[in-house]
Unconditional design. Structure first.
Length: 178
């Protein structure tokens, strides 16, 4: 989930500030809420991107909507509005999460399985695959995919570990035909 270089720069600046104050977890959660508000409320995104709405009005809307967040988060949102970068807010939140995960030694992983994973299975996968990629743990998102027939497929960054029955059958077919 690579955002723009602009979003990366804003996220890095915010990250460095909150790291000094040891507020990484708090700010990450607040940015997750900001992102959720933008996903749920399409009108907010439209108003912020409208050239007809003044910069001061946009800032007032954000100040009201996010009055409870950390001042550093609110100031970052205001700075994005000042610089006409309202469309980067979600990408800044995503980039900040990536920076926080890097700091903690955590990597995001998509695990495709035929059924939802139990907590024990998630933990076992996290421990096993985190060692393979040199991280402390994995942040697992479980995606149920009945096309796999059985087993699991794991996507970590640009790497795929395919232990699914469908994957094995596809490899066997290529071997037999090739």
């Amino acid at each position: 989930m690579m955002g723009s270089m602009v979003a990366r720069r804003y996220a890095l600046a915010l990250f460095q500030l909150v790291k000094e104050q040891q507020l990484i977890d708090t700010v990450e959660e607040e940015l997750r809420v900001v992102k959720e508000v933008f996903f749920v409320n399409e009108d907010l995104k439209a108003v912020l991107q409208s050239p007809k709405v003044s910069r001061e009005k946009k800032k007032a809307i954000l100040s009201t909507a996010f009055a409870a967040v950390n001042p550093l988060v609110l100031n970052t949102l205001m700075l994005l509005v000042d610089r006409h970068r309202e469309n980067e807010i979600i990408d800044v939140a995503n980039e900040f999460s990536e920076l926080a995960n890097e700091e903690r030694g955590v990597e995001a992983a998509n695990v495709f399985s035929v059924r939802p994973l139990t907590d024990d299975e998630r933990t076992a996968l996290s421990v096993s695959f985190a060692k393979k990629i040199g991280k402390k743990s994995l942040q697992i998102e479980n995606i149920v995919d009945s096309d796999l027939l059985g087993g699991i497929k794991i996507r970590i960054g640009n790497r795929i570990f395919d232990g699914s029955l469908r994957g094995k059958l596809d490899r066997l077919e290529r071997t037999l035909l090739g």
